[in-house]
Ligand binder design. Structure first.
Ligand SMILES: C[S@@+](CC[C@H](N)C(=O)[O-])C[C@H]1O[C@@H](n2cnc3c(N)ncnc32)[C@H](O)[C@@H]1O
Length: 360
């Protein structure tokens, strides 16, 4: 019987994740992205060089995206899937990135450099591993005291239907003990009438996935010596952890609660509409955590400075290859509505695609 690592490698060699990014880009201002992360957690994260970033379980794109987004840092991308690393390496060569090292390596492998990292990303990985807690402990141990770990795990309320589908499919095909991923994928598509639809094998026939509520994720992080800082906003699932209740009395009750309680409640009440469990964390022996109330006060009271840069873009052609675009583009595109900070939180703005103001 293969161990889970081998199964993960085989699965992601069969179906590298995600499909190739159509555009990669790099900002003229090398600290453009870093400044937002520091603003999101309310403190300095990236200190003088050499800044080290690890993308653990990087898949096909993410390590390159990060190397381009943090041109001042040394980036390491690791993954158990050789195919994913190969594909990332090909794109990285075209983009001529000099700050990226790629290795086929298990998060739990013994051979990773002992140098600590300023920033680690582990997005959508540990829920596929034997022990997500042990994986978090490993990541925690590689983090500088001032470092930040960005981690995403499946939200239990999002994946319940897919976990059930996967179990049912394997029982029907009797493939529980002899996983043949391509055969299962084929059958899954027949079963769901999916052909042409945009569901990925990751969703319908992954060999192993666990999932979490916010509360369980927080407990697991704490067991691994981490504390949860703030949500990592993203536009893929544009929902905020600041649940907006229209009833004044209930909203007041909710808003009087500390962050973790509010987020636990938001996860339960919004259920399958709650956000991805995607958070910034840090070592529990690191600097003091800044809570949302403090971040919000800074945001409301501060002078804001529009964040602006230009992007150099690498665009994928029909041949599947990236080419450097001859002209740069302005970024971000101007917001189309006036921002009233008193009633709109930064979290909400971020989910709308406008995280693009720096607090001075
Ligand atoms: C869903 S993909 C996410 C890829 C990438 N993080 C992203 O967000 O685009 C999960 C990735 O984790 C990798 N993986 C799974 N178990 C791993 C392990 N023990 N060590 C390193 N990578 C692992 C898989 O090969 C796969 O590429």
């Amino acid at each position: 019987m293969k161990d889970l690592n081998e199964l993960n490698a085989e699965f992601y060699n069969t179906f590298p994740y995600p499909p190739p990014e159509s555009i990669h880009s790099t900002p003229d201002d090398p600290y453009f992205v870093a400044k937002f992360i520091e603003q999101d957690v309310g403190r300095k994260v990236f200190f003088d060089s050499p800044t080290r970033i690890w993308v653990a379980g990087c898949g096909t794109n993410q390590a390159l995206t990060i190397a381009l987004a943090f041109p001042f840092a040394q980036v390491l991308g690791t993954d158990v899937s050789e195919k994913s690393i190969e594909s990332c390496r090909r794109d990285a060569e075209v983009c001529r990135v000099k700050n990226l090292e790629l290795r086929v390596e298990d998060v739990m492998g013994p051979y990773l450099s002992k140098e600590p990292f300023d920033y680690i990303l582990c997005v959508g990985v540990i829920h596929h591993m034997d022990s997500p807690t042990a994986a978090l402990r490993r990541l925690q141990a590689r983090l500088k005291l001032s470092g930040v770990l960005e981690v995403m795990v499946y939200n239990q309320f999002h994946v319940a239907p897919y976990s059930a589908f996967q179990a049912g499919l394997r029982k029907l095909l009797q493939t529980e003990h002899s996983l043949d991923f391509e055969y299962e994928w084929d059958m899954a598509q027949r079963l769901l009438g999916l052909r042409g639809k945009n569901l990925l094998p990751d969703t319908v026939n992954h060999p192993h996935q666990s999932s979490f509520t916010f509360r369980h994720f927080k407990m697991m992080a704490e067991e691994a010596g981490l504390i949860v800082l703030q949500p990592r906003m993203n536009q893929q699932v544009p929902v905020s952890w600041d649940l907006q209740l229209s009833d004044g009395e209930l909203a007041a009750r909710l808003n009087a609660l500390p962050d973790y309680k509010r987020w636990e409640i938001a996860n339960l009440l919004a259920y399958d509409q709650s956000p991805l469990i995607w958070f910034y964390t840090q070592r529990s022996d690191g600097p003091p955590r800044i809570d949302t109330a403090e971040l919000f006060a800074r945001w409301v009271n501060a002078e804001l400075e529009p964040a602006k840069t230009q992007l150099t873009q690498f665009i994928r052609g029909k041949d599947g290859l990236l080419t450097k675009s001859p002209s740069k583009v302005d970024f971000p595109v101007k917001p189309t509505f006036k921002i009233e900070r008193t009633n709109v939180s930064r979290q909400f703005l971020s989910t709308q695609g406008f995280p693009f103001y720096y607090v001075r």
